[in-house]
Design a protein around this ligand. Sequence first.
Ligand SMILES: [Zn+2]
Length: 820
Amino acid sequence: MIPNRLHRDVTGGFPWEVHVTPEDSYDYVGYTVLFCVTFQIIARQVALVALGPSSPKRGVAPRVAVKLVSVLFDTIAVLGGIKHLLFPDASVVEDPIYGFSPHSQFHFSVAAGYFAWAAVVSAIYRGSKVSIFHHIICCMVYLGTLSPFMHGVGNIYLLFQASTLIIDCYSCGKLLTNRKTPTNMSLKYIHPFVFVLVRIVIGLPLSVKFLYDMSVLLSSGAAKNPPLVYFFVVVNLAINALNTYWAIGMALGIHRGMKPACSVTSESDEGSEKKVNFFDISFNISFGDRGHKRLRTAKKSNPAYDNTSPAFSLPVAIVALCSFLAKSITNKEDMLSLKDDAGAIVEVLKVPALVGAAAYSLFKIFSYFGSEIFDEAKYDQKGDGHLYTRIRGQWYDLAKFQHPGGPVALNLAKGRDGTALFESHHYLMSHKALYGVLNKYKVDAEVAKTIKTIDPRDDGAHYVWDKYEEDPFTVDIKKMIVDHFKPIAKARGITLREATKATPQRWLMILSLMAAFFATIPYFVAGRWWTLIATPQLAWVIIANYWHDGLHFSMSCDWRVNAILPYLFPWLSSPWMWYHQHVIGHHAYTNVDHKDPDLAHAPQLMREHKSVKWRPAHKRQHGFSFYFVWSVAAGLGLQVLSDVRANLKGTYNNVVPYAKLSPARLYAHTLGRLFYACSLFVWPWFVFPAWKALIWCIIPISTFSWSFMLNSQINHLTEHCAHASSPHFLRHQVLTAQDFGVGRSWCQFFSGGLNQQIEHHMFPCVNHCHLPDLAPKVKALCEKHGVKYNEVRGYREALKTHLKHTEAMGVRPFSVGHEH
Ligand SMILES: [Zn+2]
């Protein structure tokens, strides 16, 4: 436990001092890194909230956050240095080189952690190479002192941070306020004096003494680790050379100009171009002030500022919290029989490492043998060698077509009327170009007469496609989406299609979330109570943010990534079934009776659409049935009942035609289902007593199911959307969906972007990370064309609209005899 380590000094010293033993010190390095990250994120979010969404200074928030962490560290370092100068520990007075001071150990651990964080941050924010190198060396120096080594004089070097503290305070003030406030100006003038005091007046004589001591140590043969001593000598010489160089520069600057040389004057300060002076130390050893120009002109386009989005910081904060949690709950009596904390960390890291290795091997195996088993992963079909699909009444054979979106997408249209699927996935290309490609694969009229869809009801009805591409709404929407992504593609140097997929930030967020999820697995298996909620909710957030996107082909332009990654998280549905339920059924024919399987998941208990025959049981559907159905929808409904029925009856929920699987594919599918069942419902009985096993089988999947239902039902099944309809495909997609909490980061994060349901249904293969920027444009076009745009504020309001609808649908209709 962390608190046990925080021994108060009982023999003297200050009451707030933290004393660290050599064994604990590496933990403190880790804690410091996590603390810096967490503090940085919180500070940035606070700054963003304080500045407001439209402030032109928004771009400085990440920089201020970094500066604040530096100020905090500098302060701790300086205090440590002063304390040591005034009240040194007896042990280090006796032996300045190998004497051990628990107080110094704390400061050195913190310094090592801080500089490790600083090196990464300087790299991310495009700091100068000098600054990155400087931070790495500092980190190594302080790691070297943890052995323990140099506690006698080491703390004095922490005093060097005093001048950095002033520069960092100055930078903070300059970023946040008017650049010429009296405080800022005085800091600017104080800096050279403090610099000379700590780095030259105190630093130089100490360094000379240090070098003398080291030469004595090395020649006497008493050095415990000679390479370390040499390293320190070299670093010491380099730092003193640099300090002297800077000091001379400052002195010369004072001579030459009327301003102090350390000034970080730039174009923005004086209104005239001024060459950046090497002696402006904040440009070199501190982060951030290098980019004045970028700061002002490129608030959004500078990639370093992309991370301003809260979507990035949230998962990092979660990972940091999970790591703290995982660390603090680990003790020697742990059910995982982890010997110590360091072992626990290794164990926790082992899981994501193993999963990563397994995923990579699976990827490799799949690329070799996958197409032999997974029919849908092949272009050229086994058996008849044809891939027939019907688009606007014309049959095409796409078996030989090297589809840029991959064979899986093509196979979804096999044997179907693929018009809605085709039109809804190709909005970046002109209609003429699209049909130009298709026309090469036209089927002869004679042959066409002999082909039928796998289910005669699959006739492409409901939509009118004639002149669809000439409709002003279609034209405006298509133009808007291309105009939106063109500049993004250009700025990032990628293709238009690539620009619509997941950004690096989105990937980072998903990978962090996955790491956090897998890190909870050992504790889930060990029966920790907190995992009953944390593990399934993490699974939900991951599935919402990547799984659903992958199965919509919107994670990557590499179809294999989209197709394979979802198999890593099969806890909502089998990916193959999901294509049928969600992409082919729900998205193509949203809320259309006898076409959308989401209207017919549990007709015996729930009636959300007038096409479902009313039964007396529906009277109570906003009460017990609602809770029951929401609890079992994912675990029992999607995963088991709908799946088995589809494979037995050849139709999903009696509305989506489903082609029989080949024997090899059916085996693979069944194995996947067995893995799912074991991962949730089997193992607990071997590990826990029966009562606990029962809890472990019910609670996680139910809470997961609730999150799924909450985020999927409130978007379509409301009074305004449930029975809305239009023969025009895009209008229909807008009318039958409801947005909620647009612009609220929590809604965006927890729903994985499902809160922008209208935009998602219009552009299913645009990754959800782009939808917040598209929403206002879509809304404006809907207003222009008089298409009703359903939108509510947040979860609470959205749920209210859904419950109101559910209650209304439970009332016995007047004309019950005529309902089908
Ligand atoms: Zn979807």
